[in-house]
Design a protein around this ligand. Sequence first.
Ligand code: FAD
Length: 318
Amino acid sequence: MKVTEHIAQSDGKTLFSFEILPPLKGQDIKSIFDNIDPLMEYKPPFIDVTYHREEYTFKELDNGLLKKQVVKKRPGTVGICAAIQNKYSVDAIPHILCGGFTKEDTENFLIDLDFLGIDNVVALRGDAVKSEIYFKAEKEGHRYASELVSQIQDLNNGKYLDEELQNSSATDFCIGVAGYPEKHMEAPSLDSDIHFLKKKIKAGAEYIVTQMFFDNQKYFDFVEKCRKEGITVPIIPGLKPIATRKQLNLIPHRFKVDLPDDLIMEVVRCKDNKEVRKVGIEWCIQQSKELVAAGVPILHYYSMGRSSNIEAIAKEIF
Ligand code: FAD
């Protein structure tokens, strides 16, 4: 079932969803199931599975020269989605990227998803590969998520890359896209970012999931600005509980989001990460309560491979 249908059938009740990462190459799927199992009690209508593009590493050879190697550390997004749907009878939503994909790769990826009965995707540009500063599209790929959304929408209209295909069947994907309450790190301003967000909606996206934020006012202001710009689709807040002291620096650096001073001071006062985890959970519970009271359609949690803190929050909220 599509995300938009889940929302329509919820009778205004806030739903619970979360995102998982495929395991590192070499690990089995049990670690994923162990993380999902305790969260199923809270009846997520869907589970997102992130996509991780290739990375470049450099191996030193005996002669001192460096050999470039392409590695994909977390493959398996599609397989995990299929396994989740099979085991839990819940919708699994794969993320799909522009980065590393040609249009042909994208089309083939979507065909696989369609055959597996997956009818939701989150369409993203992806970041630059780790060894590069700026995002570079494949020669035959997409530069922006809005272009990827257009290709998915074309397929929804039965339009394949090979226009001479006869009797081609149309897919029926519900497309989600990313939104940034504190603006995307490369955007010159929030207004410009929202301008391009609107382009993704015009191209066919039906809902937005936000980047994590730790101050609900940022989300409320973002939603208000989007509505003023004529964006009417559901805007699902993305939340992440702080779990370690290191994240005080990592999160602003990696995601370009601010942490409120009150939260920072509470974390700084903690003796160890056990205490930090408690602070992170309590902060996220308070955020969740306020968002539920404001009538958000879904609370979407970034589990990042750790479900026990999400479970503690879900227990209080759902
Ligand atoms: P876009 O919407 O293409 O925007 C990228 C930048 O370009 C923005 O600054 C935007 O303002 C600007 N822009 C857009 N269109 C134009 C245009 N036509 N002309 C000029 N500028 C333009 N990354 C992963 O690798 N895997 C994942 O699974 C993943 N999941 C995510 C889930 C969520 C909910 C979020 C919020 C992010 C996720 N990311 C993931 C990270 C995401 O890929 C990065 O944030 C990436 O840098 C931007 O992706 P986007 O889809 O928002 O890009």
